[in-house]
Design a protein around this ligand. Sequence first.
Ligand code: SAH
Length: 291
Amino acid sequence: MRKPLNSSPFATGTVNRFGRSSLGSGPSAVNSNARILANGPTGKGSAASAAAPFRPVAGGGSKVAPSAAVDTLPVSNLGLNSERSRDRMVARLREQGITHEAVLAAMRAVPRHVFVDEGLASHAYEDAALPIGHEQTISQPWVVAHMIATVAQGRELGKVLEIGAGCGYQAAVLAHLAREVHTIERIHGLYEMARRNLRGLRFPGRLRVVFGDGMAGLPGSAPFDAIIIAAAGIKIPQTLLGQLAVGGRLIAPEGGADQRLVLIERVGPANWRRSELEAVRFVPLRPGTQY
Ligand code: SAH
């Protein structure tokens, strides 16, 4: 069963290269970029249910230990075990309703542990957001798979824009599906981290990491077949809607304390169709850049 968020080692004492202060116990670093489950143990819409890291790994049958056991996995074994861990992660995503085979294959292909601090690598294949420093997170695997599957459903992805590269994980998954991926990050340290993490990896698509304010999009590379925003604004920036190709889809979390994923499809040159999806909690979309 899920434990409350305050049982998380990330909030209370994990020491890694980011230090404790950046991991804090506030909501931003540990439990963001995740889905809010309606029936968590602490009630409807509970924040604690969103991304509690210590929950049993679902769906792997009786041999799958609670993640407390995964916790003891020696980091030196990760190379050997991460493929099996990714298989389990993909099995869990299927159980959670992800059916897009190409997305599942991409989630299977990208080594998520490469994108998190060594001290957290043994948690990399749990269904949780994890801190990446600068009070930001790597998104929960379900969130990444769901957002990509939603924009990719029933179509080929040509050119894709991601706002909020963070550590670069989602961009790497996208580069397995799209011909061309452009990802923007506003925090310089994370922009550098994303470039570092992505450097050693191979994927079929082209991938470009840009340092800047993603709220302005990338007018020089528009229009995009899909835009994915990995941080929540009160409103989705209008500029980005204009950079969608006709027929293109944008998915983004929207809101303040209460957030929802919103899907916007550009159905004509001057027409957009909006639908509201799951309750989520993401780190905030902020203007400008930060060094
Ligand atoms: N895509 C990441 C999620 C990173 S968290 C993953 O693969 O897990 C969201 C990121 O959005 C943070 O790194 C934050 O700095 C960034 N962000 C917030 N506002 C932004 C903006 N206006 N432009 C670009 N990046 C932004």
